[in-house]
Each structure stands twice: as structure tokens, then as C-alpha cells.
Design a protein around this ligand. Structure first.
Ligand code: ADP
Length: 650
């Protein structure tokens, strides 16, 4: 054959051949009847034929049988309108190798004018590799799409121009419902604007503009989550993340059920808290109510016990002892319940200050010694470091905790056993004050419960008196003070309870609260004149009790007043030697009255003792701030009251 060449046909032919051979595609030149005229090396390689086997053969030799007929007619069609184009670009074209195997091809055709007429050049490319890559990519994308679809929430992926590139049907369902056309390609703000235009969201008070800006700001800088509500009552929570390419992937969850649950929980919690507060309130007022009659029982029983004018018989005294012991137990129980309910109601404030461990231990030991003697248990202060720093604690509450540990050790100790307080400095800035006993120990299966209120670790039916509240109070108080309490116990061998308190950094001995400056000694002369006490109290049986008590004292007269208003006037007028003040009074309270008395120069120096039915232990600071000389709780411990009276009136 001769190809049209402009110059030097020989050389041109050579150049053409060289080009043909170098082409990366298989190249075939066929005549209008489909006879193969020229092939290049790539064609041989692709189809597995030697060149000689192809030349002069119909081109259909390279086409799978099932396409051959179709191929022929296509070829005829092409010849009628020849122009350079891809062959059947929408068809899945296949080549047939000599060995009968097939492979995907891409073919481009172009007509070639020659002296001998029109020929066709077809360039054939094996696209197996590309098809494989394409199908792998399609598989990956299918997998991604089905993963995205399977997500319950709404997922959307934006590119760095903020255009939506991918979303699942849940997203489309919400945001595409009222939008025309496909969502893909729209910008985030367009989608948002459309949602606003169609009133998709419930905005409450928030203006559309502000909402729009808020959403946009979140999209650009996604920190945390975005809470949304739809008009149809759904709560949505959107969280977005930046993608590697600088776009954003956003998931939006329907959290309606959670939000509802949450609000139900909040409501239930509020109800529970209200119920708990009501319970605490009830307990507090009940125990207040219980204390008042108990006040009379214990007070008068003590008067009977001490009655020198008409003393009781041995037998009567013995019976009275039972009344007093029962009453005291009841009182302790009431105090504990009141204390616990006040703590639980958050009404107990601890006042932490530097406290000397040694002083508190001495005080606690002195309190417990009589009980230890009765129990026949040796109570000792054991190893205590020489240099003892102060700890940060509420002094009263700290002592209360140690008394609880100590009295438990005595209660649950074995006869002739021992109970020992010890102090150890830990290296985390805490001091550990421990009580170790060799008593009955705590059953292993009960050990996790003993800090819970009313749990008595198997002692419920035993002979040892208790309420199961002490350790519950202990733990709560320790928490309030920033301390830790814990224990270890071996049944049958003994227990060790301890409290760890933060060590105070300052050198010790500086922080003692000074006693009130004045004592009556400086006001009264020892001239044997009659002393006057004014008692402000509205409860007749308390008044009666105080009258009888004071009657025992020589040269002391008692004036009683039922209200604080009258009381302060009387004090101002009569200038008594001592005022005893009830706190809960109708109208002005005992606090206010005392504050008034302390503010007037003529009454400022008269000592006032508070006497209160509410067991407001721990309010020491409040009382001393209000200017009270001392406060005593009802029911009055006669010995204690006498001590104070003697101290003030001597
Ligand atoms: P109570 O002593 O009034 O029952 P607590 O709250 O003080 O209440 O103590 C709870 C329970 O822990 C006690 O009933 C007792 O079973 C157990 N317990 C506490 N301290 C000791 C101890 N040192 N040895 C043995 N058991 C103890």
C-alpha cells in the first residue's frame, strides 16, 4: 500500500513505521472491507498473534464471536460517515486474544485517505488495569456510601469551599425535603438558608439572623456540639469535625428521646430533692418537737435525782437511773438523726481552722475515759510523733469523729481489751489519726455498708446499743472538712478506723480563739449581795425547771420573761448579773436580742448564755459571733449549767 506523503516517500514511510511501532497503543489499519493491512508490535503483544497471522485477515478475528456481526455493521456505518472518533464510547468493548481470552479495550478510529482509497486507523488500548482500578474505586465508594447510609444520624460532608459533596438519605430527608434540585454541590449556607426559609427549625426567642450566624460560626469552627430543635418537636444534636482536605464532616443525631429522658430525670431529681428536703425538714422539726418534752423528762428526772430536801430511796434512784439512761439514749438518737438530716440538707457548715491534734486527743480521751472504765477496756494514746503539726479541721467536728471512733472501739471491744489512739504523718501532706481496737471486728460481707445510715453490720439484733448513724455522719462530716476516713477490720481480731486531715503549714500555737474578755468577777464585788438572773424563755416547763434549779442556789434570784422584746428592755432596766436566753422565741429571736444587748454600752458587759432546744452543735462560731458567753443545748445537763452559773456568779 502507499500512504500519501509529501516528500521523499521512502523516508516518510520509514518514519511512519517507526512512529507506528513506538505507539503505546495497538494500531491496526484496515481497508473498507475490514481486512487488516498493517499492525504494529503493540497489537501483536495485545492479541498474542504474530503479525503475519493477522495481515490480510478480517479485523473481526480480534472481536469476540458474539460481537462480530454487530462489529461488521458498525464498520459499514463508519465507512459511510468517516471521522475521527472513539468507537462506541458507551459500549463495553472487548478484544479477543489468540488464546480465546478477552480483555476490555478502548478504541479510537480515524479515517485515512490514501491513493488506494479510504482506510481506517484504529488505535486499541488495553484498559484492564484502568477498569480494575475503576471497579476498586467504585467498590470503595459503594462501601463508603453504604456505611454512610447505615448511620442512623444525618451525615454530610463538605469540601473546603463549604460545598456538600456527600450526604446520606437521613440528611437528605430533613434538609432536602423542601429544597429544589439535588443537595450535592450546594453550599452549607445555602442549605441552612433554605432550612430557615422553610421554617424547619424552632428558634424560640432567637432571631433567624442570629441563629444563622451561630450555625455558620459553628460550621467554620466546630467546637463542642450544636443543639437544634425542629418545628415538629425533634431535638437534634450536631457535631462537626474538620476533614484533612480542609472541609467539614458533620453528623446530626436525633436526641429527642434523650432530651425527653433528661428532662424527666431532671424533674424526677427535683422531686426527689424536694422529697428529701421535706424529709430533712420533717426530721429536723420532729426532733425539735421530741426534744422539748424530753427536756422536761430529763430535766425533772435530774432534779429528782439531786433533790436534797426530800431525797429518793435507793430503789427509786435506781429506777430513775433507767429513766435517765433511756432518755439519754433517745436524745442521742434524736441528735444523730437531726445532725444527719441537717448535713444531708446541706445546712451544716464546717468552719475549718488550724487545730492542735494533741489538745483534741486529750479532750476526746477525757470524754471517753469514764465509758472505757465502765467497759473495762484500756484506752490509751499510743504512738504520737514528738513534733506534731496542726491540722486543718473544724475542731468540734474533728472531736466528734474521734469520739465516734473511740466509743465504737469501746462498744465493740472485748472485755479487758484495749483501744488506742495514734497519730502518723503521711507523706502527702495529711496526718492520720487512728483508733485501733482488738474488739469483735466487722464481718467481711458487711464491711462495705457500715458508712451507710442505719447499717449496723449485723449488730441490729445484738445487745450493744447503737443507731447505725455515727459512721454515716462521720463520713459526711469528713467530706465537708476535706478529710478522708477509712478503716480496716478483721472479724474476731479487731478494727482500725482513721481520719486523714490536711496538715496546716503555719507553725503551731498561733491560732487559739481567745475566750471572751470579760468575766463576771470584774463586774461583781464579792460583797455577798444577791445576784440576779434574767431568763428569757416562753416554754412554761422550761421556766419551771429553771426556777427549781435556781432555788437550790443561795442568794440568786431569777426573773423570767416570755419574749425577747420585753427581755432586752428588762435587762437594760435591771442590769442583771447574767442573762439566760432561749433562741427560738416568738417574735425577736434570742440572737437578735443578744446582738442588741451587746450593742448597748450599759448592757454590753452582761454575760448572756444561750439555751437552745435545737441541737445546733457546730454553730459554735455563730454563737460566739453573736456575742454569747457560752451556749448550752436543751435538755440541759444540770451539772454543766451549774458549772457555768458558778463560774459566772462566784
Ligand atoms: P452504731 O455504733 O450506732 O451502730 P456506727 O455508724 O457508729 O453505728 O457504726 C456502724 C456499725 O459499724 C456498727 O453497728 C458496728 O457493727 C460497726 N462498727 C463500727 N465500729 C466498730 C468497731 N470498732 N468494731 C466493730 N464494729 C464496728
Amino acid at each position: 500500500m502507499v500512504v500519501h506523503m509529501n516528500t521523499e516517500p521512502q523516508r516518510a514511510e520509514q518514519k511512519f513505521r517507526a512512529l507506528l511501532e513506538a505507539a503505546p497503543d495497538g494500531i491496526l489499519i484496515v481497508d473498507p472491507r475490514g481486512t487488516i493491512l498493517i499492525v504494529n508490535a503493540k497489537t501483536e503483544e495485545l492479541f498474542g498473534y504474530a503479525r503475519t497471522e493477522l495481515l490480510g485477515k478480517p479485523v473481526e478475528i480480534l472481536v469476540p464471536k458474539r460481537f462480530q456481526e454487530q462489529h461488521q455493521s458498525h464498520r459499514d456505518g463508519y465507512m459511510e460517515r468517516p471521522k475521527a472518533r472513539a468507537m462506541g464510547s458507551d459500549l463495553d468493548l472487548r478484544g479477543l486474544r489468540r488464546d480465546g481470552s478477552e480483555f476490555p479495550v478502548e478504541i479510537s478510529l480515524s479515517p485515512l485517505e490514501t491513493e488506494d482509497g479510504m482506510l481506517v486507523i484504529s488505535a486499541i488500548r488495553d484498559v484492564s488495569e484502568r477498569k480494575r482500578a475503576e471497579s476498586a474505586a467504585r467498590l470503595a465508594s459503594d462501601r463508603l456510601l453504604s456505611a454512610v447510609e447505615s448511620i442512623h444520624g444525618m451525615l454530610s460532608l463538605y469540601d473546603k469551599e463549604e460545598r456538600l459533596v456527600l450526604c446520606n438519605s437521613a440528611f437528605r430527608e430533613l434538609f432536602g425535603r423542601h429544597s429544589s434540585g439535588s443537595l450535592a454541590g450546594k453550599t452549607h449556607s445555602e442549605i441552612l438558608q433554605n432550612a430557615l426559609d422553610t421554617d424547619l427549625f424552632e428558634l424560640g426567642e432567637e432571631p433567624k439572623e442570629a441563629f444563622f450566624r451561630r450555625c455558620l460560626a459553628y460550621h467554620r469552627n466546630p467546637v463542642g456540639a450544636l443543639e437544634l430543635r425542629t418545628r415538629d418537636g425533634r431535638s437534634l444534636r450536631a457535631t462537626s469535625r474538620r476533614t484533612l482536605e480542609g472541609g467539614v464532616v458533620s453528623t446530626t443525631w436525633d436526641v429527642t428521646a434523650d432530651v425527653q429522658h433528661e428532662s424527666e430525670l431532671t424533674l424526677a431529681r427535683a422531686q426527689a430533692e424536694a422529697a428529701s428536703a421535706a424529709k430533712s425538714e420533717f426530721l429536723a422539726s420532729m426532733s425539735h418537737e421530741l426534744r422539748t418534752p424530753l427536756n422536761s423528762i430529763l430535766g425533772f428526772a435530774q432534779l429528782l435525782q439531786r433533790d436534797k430536801k426530800s431525797p429518793l430511796t435507793e430503789k427509786q434512784l435506781d429506777r430513775l437511773e433507767h429513766v435517765l439512761r433511756g432518755g439519754e439514749h433517745l436524745l442521742r438518737l434524736i441528735d444523730d438523726i437531726l445532725d444527719l438530716s441537717r448535713i444531708e440538707a446541706g445546712r451544716v457548715l464546717v468552719s475549718n481552722e488550724p487545730v492542735g491534734i494533741r489538745e483534741v486527743l486529750d479532750e476526746v480521751k477525757a470524754t471517753l475515759d469514764p465509758m472505757a472504765a465502765r467497759a473495762g477496756i484500756r484506752l490509751t494514746l499510743g504512738p504520737i510523733p514528738e513534733e506534731l503539726p496542726q491540722v486543718i479541721a473544724d475542731r468540734t467536728r474533728f472531736a466528734q469523729i474521734l469520739i465516734n471512733f473511740g466509743s465504737n472501739a469501746l462498744k465493740y471491744g472485748k472485755p479487758s481489751g484495749s483501744a488506742e489512739f495514734s497519730v502518723e504523718l503521711l507523706n502527702d501532706g495529711f496526718a492520720r489519726i487512728a483508733m485501733t481496737d482488738d474488739g469483735i471486728g466487722i464481718p467481711l460481707d458487711q464491711q462495705d455498708k457500715i458508712f451507710q445510715p442505719f447499717h449496723r453490720a449485723g449488730q441490729e439484733t445484738g445487745p450493744i446499743q447503737g443507731t447505725g448513724i455515727g459512721l454515716a455522719i462521720t463520713r459526711r462530716l469528713a467530706e465537708l472538712m476535706g478529710a478522708r476516713v477509712a478503716f480496716e477490720s478483721t472479724p474476731g481480731q479487731g478494727s482500725r478506723f482513721w481520719i486523714d486531715l490536711p496538715v496546716h503549714a503555719e507553725p503551731s500555737g498561733l491560732q487559739r480563739t481567745p475566750l471572751p474578755e470579760h468575766t463576771l468577777g470584774s463586774v461583781l464585788s464579792a460583797d455577798g449581795k444577791t445576784r440576779t438572773i434574767i431568763y428569757v424563755e416562753d416554754n412554761p416547763s422550761n421556766i419551771e425547771f429553771m426556777r427549781e434549779l435556781v432555788a437550790e442556789l443561795e442568794r440568786v434570784s431569777l426573773v423570767t420573761v416570755p419574749t425577747a422584746e420585753v427581755g432586752v428592755e428588762l435587762v437594760r432596766d435591771r442590769r442583771p448579773d447574767l442573762v439566760i436566753m432561749d433562741i427560738n422565741l416568738p417574735g425577736m429571736s434570742g440572737y437578735e436580742a443578744t446582738r442588741l444587748l451587746k450593742s448597748w454600752p450599759e448592757t454590753r458587759d452582761i454575760p448572756v448564755i444561750a439555751l437552745t432546744a435545737a441541737a445546733m452543735t457546730g454553730d459554735r462560731k455563730r454563737f460566739s459571733d453573736a456575742g454569747f458567753y457560752r451556749y448550752l443545748t436543751k435538755p440541759v445537763r444540770v451539772a454543766e449549767l451549774m458549772e457555768v452559773l458558778e463560774e459566772l456568779l462566784a
